[in-house]
Design a protein around this ligand. Structure first.
Ligand code: MN
Length: 490
């Protein structure tokens, strides 16, 4: 699941009119811009300067090459001079990679003495990038536009977010999800059109039997279990009397991991309603797998499982953490949502070393499973939910502020996170419910709404963002307009 190899191709627009000397200068400056972007330390992946484009054939050839190169996660364009847009039409109509238009300039300031008409013709992006922007708009192509100077950290951070979204898109196009059994009976929001999800997002979602997993569990060796228990001891605290139960979770984890690896899957689901032949619902097993980057969704929720894996892949280098999550219960007086799940919350979001505990589940009729218990971190985060509207997919993201849990809750036997939804609990929940957001979400301290918006734009998915400024009346109108546009464009 490495995302290290990716590059972003830097394509510089120009034309033949300026003569060799000017075009050589454009080329040298473009190398410098790419080098400065790479040296900034802000961008998570490399910018690779490719060429200064002067002809339609040149544009088309380079865009075809970008499409074909698995390491190219997106293209960044910048018109150092004027670059007539008709020469870009054939190439852009073929573009299959995410596109960012970087509206910048080689020099930050206008040199009072040095400026003459030669200078004007060389440093012409104010002019050239407008022509370039027109053709993007005219062709209705999805792209992110970022304007700013290359040493401005805010500008670079916006490019970095788009890079994360683009790598998330590349990851999506190769993502395989393993389902053990179907989803929880009668539940609607965990359903969805798997064929449409594959057409739109590339997700390959298929089912394996729980019986096969049990066979894999039977073949797990003592030395494999010993190694897994040593890993648990290193990462978590637990009391020795529980070792047999924990050992069973180790067997489950090893067996699930083997099947995931054999099928090249990066995410999985299961359900407490289909554990035939298993003594415990995987709790600790699932939590430890999530902490290694695997996506997970409870009750057969493959959409949230895949989204968890995507959001983890986009932010592998970040320390905050990302987890499958569920709005469980409220502190209405203080405007706080308590998020948890029956077991499966990822320890990457833990505030301190998690403790392995064994408690009855109270649902599903199996043995009490071992699980990790901890509190989430107190800091800003988002929750995200992808739902299937029948006609299209909708991604809903809400800004939240996680807080130190206001109570110790000594009898609550699961990992827990408490947060204040934006703009507040009541309005935030009204907006969320109006938009149809699920009870299952991905909670992330590392992804933000801009990354998710960029990711949704790449796939042309409806995006709803609940912020400090949201209100249900405006949101209802926005959703109606969005619905109308989809009907008109059909
Ligand atoms: Mn659930």
């Amino acid at each position: 699941m490495s995302t290290k190899k990716y590059q972003f191709w830097f394509l510089v627009g120009s034309q033949d009119l300026y003569g060799e000397e000017t075009l050589n200068q454009v080329e040298r400056n473009s190398h410098i811009i790419a080098d400065d972007l790479n040296k900034s330390g802000v961008l998570p992946w490399e910018v690779a300067y490719k060429d200064t484009l002067k002809t339609a054939n040149g544009v088309t050839a380079l865009i075809k090459a970008a499409n074909f190169d698995d390491n190219c996660a997106g293209v960044i364009t910048f018109c150092h001079t004027f670059s007539p847009s008709k020469m870009w039409i054939n190439g852009l109509s073929l573009l299959q990679k995410p596109w960012l238009q970087f509206h910048t300039q080689f020099n930050e300031e206008i040199p009072n003495e040095a400026i003459d008409m030669d200078y004007m013709n060389l440093h012409q992006s104010a002019h050239g990038d407008r022509e370039h922007g027109y053709i993007g708009a005219r062709m209705g192509l999805r792209r992110k536009v970022v304007a700013g100077y290359r040493f401005d950290v805010g500008t670079l951070e916006r490019i970095a977010k788009w890079m994360r979204a683009s790598v998330g898109a590349a990851f999506s196009r190769n993502l395989k999800v393993m389902r053990f059994g179907d989803n929880m009976r009668e539940v609607a929001v965990t359903e969805g059109d798997k064929v449409e999800s594959q057409i739109k997002l590339g997700w390959q979602v298929n089912t394996w039997s729980v019986g096969q997993l049990v066979e894999y569990m039977d073949s797990v060796t003592d030395s494999e279990i010993a190694a897994k228990l040593a890993e648990y001891r290193r990462k978590y605290t637990f009391s020795e009397p529980d070792t047999e139960t924990i050992r069973y979770q180790a067997i489950e984890e090893i067996a699930i991991r083997k099947m995931l690896d054999e099928q090249d899957c990066s995410a999985f689901t299961n359900t407490f309603e289909n554990l035939y032949g298993m003594r415990q619902l995987p709790g600790l097993a699932t939590q430890n797998l999530m902490s290694q980057g695997f996506g997970y969704g409870g009750e057969g929720d493959w959409k949230v499982s895949a989204l968890t894996a995507v959001m983890k892949a986009m932010t592998k280098d970040k320390p905050g953490g990302t987890s499958f999550m569920e709005d469980y219960t409220y502190d209405m007086k203080n405007g706080i949502s308590l998020g948890a799940h029956m077991l499966e919350v990822c320890p990457s979001i833990a505030d301190s070393k998690p403790n392995i505990e064994v408690h009855p589940l109270g649902i599903g009729g199996r043995e009490p499973p071992a699980r990790l218990v901890f509190e989430g971190k107190a800091r800003a985060a988002i929750v995200a939910s992808l739902i299937d509207m029948g006609t299209h997919l909708r991604l809903i993201v809400q800004d939240i502020e996680c807080v130190k849990p206001t109570q110790t809750m000594p009898n609550l036997p699961v990992a827990r996170v408490m947060w204040k939804p934006r703009p507040n609990l009541a309005i935030g929940a009204e907006c969320w419910i109006l938009a149809g957001g699920a009870h299952h979400t991905v909670l992330s301290y590392d992804c933000d709404a801009e990354i998710m918006r960029d990711w949704a734009r790449i796939f042309d998915i409806e995006f709803v963002h609940i912020t400090d400024n949201s209100d249900p009346v405006t949101l209802e109108k926005e959703l109606q307009v969005s619905q109308l546009l989809r009907i008109l464009n059909r």
